[in-house]
Design a protein around this ligand. Sequence first.
Ligand SMILES: NC(=O)c1ccc[n+]([C@@H]2O[C@H](COP(=O)([O-])OP(=O)(O)OC[C@H]3O[C@@H](n4cnc5c(N)ncnc54)[C@H](OP(=O)(O)O)[C@@H]3O)[C@@H](O)[C@H]2O)c1
Length: 236
Amino acid sequence: MSSLRNQRAVVTGGSRGIGRAIVEALLAEGAIVTLCGRTEESTATALAELAHPNAHGIAADVSDPADVARLFHFATERMGGVDILVASAGIGIYKAAGDMEIADWKRTIDINLTGAFLCSHQAIQSMRKTGGGFIVHLSSLAGRNPFAGGAAYNASKFGLNGMSEAIMLDHRNENIRVTTIMPGSVDTDFSPRSSGKPSDWKIAPADVAAMVVAVLSMPARTLVSRVEMRPSRPPK
Ligand SMILES: NC(=O)c1ccc[n+]([C@@H]2O[C@H](COP(=O)([O-])OP(=O)(O)OC[C@H]3O[C@@H](n4cnc5c(N)ncnc54)[C@H](OP(=O)(O)O)[C@@H]3O)[C@@H](O)[C@H]2O)c1
C-alpha cells in the first residue's frame, strides 16, 4: 500500500460532514490538506477545531470558476502543489419538478456537477506538473437510483457519475486516478429530512473517509474506479 505521508490534498466541502471526516483521516495519515467550505465562517471554524499545522483552508464557492482558481492558487502557495483532490462539496434540494424554482435546479447542477468539473479541471493542471495524482468525486447512490423529489439531485449525481468515469478514462494514462464514491445515507446534516439527531443505522462519515484512504493507498498499478457504500441494516 502507498503512504499518504506528505501528499498534498484539496478537500472541497471539508468544513463539515463527510468532507470534514475525510480531512481528519488524511491528516491522521500524514497528508497536508487545504480544505474549503462555502462560507468563511464554516471554513474558519473547521480550521480552528482541527488546530493542525498541516491543515490550511479558504472559503470558495465551487460553482464559481474564479473562486475555484483562487482555491487552487492558495493551495499551491501553501502546499507547493496538489496531489489529491477530494470533491465533496454538495447540496441537496428535494422538490417535485413542477414545484421547483428554476434557481434551485441551476444551483444544484452548478454546485454538484459543474463544481466537481471546475475543481477537477484545476486539479488536472496541477497534477500534470508533478506527474500524476488522485481525484475522488463524492457522488451518491442517488446517481443510480432516482427517487420522487430528486429531479435536480438525481440529475446532478447521474451526471457526476458519467463525468467522473469519463475523466478517469481521459487521464489514467497520465497517472491520474479518478474514483467515484457512491454512498447511501450518511449521518450528516446534509438532508433537510434528517432531524439533526444521530442515526445509528446510517453510514458514519468516518466510514466514507476510511474508504477514501483505502482508495488513495492502492498500489500504483491499481485504480479503484467506482465504490458503492450502503447502510448494512437500513430501517424497514
Ligand atoms: N449525507 C448523505 O447522506 C450523503 C449521501 C451520499 C452522498 N452524499 C454527498 O456527499 C457530499 C458531502 O455531503 P455531506 O453529507 O458531507 O454534506 P454537509 O454535511 O451538508 O456538508 C456540505 C459541505 O459542502 C460545502 N458546500 C456546500 N455548497 C458549497 C459550495 N457552493 N462551494 C463550496 N462548498 C460548498 C459546505 O460548506 P459550508 O460548511 O460552508 O456550508 C459543507 O462543507 C455531497 O456531495 C453529497 O451529495 C451525501
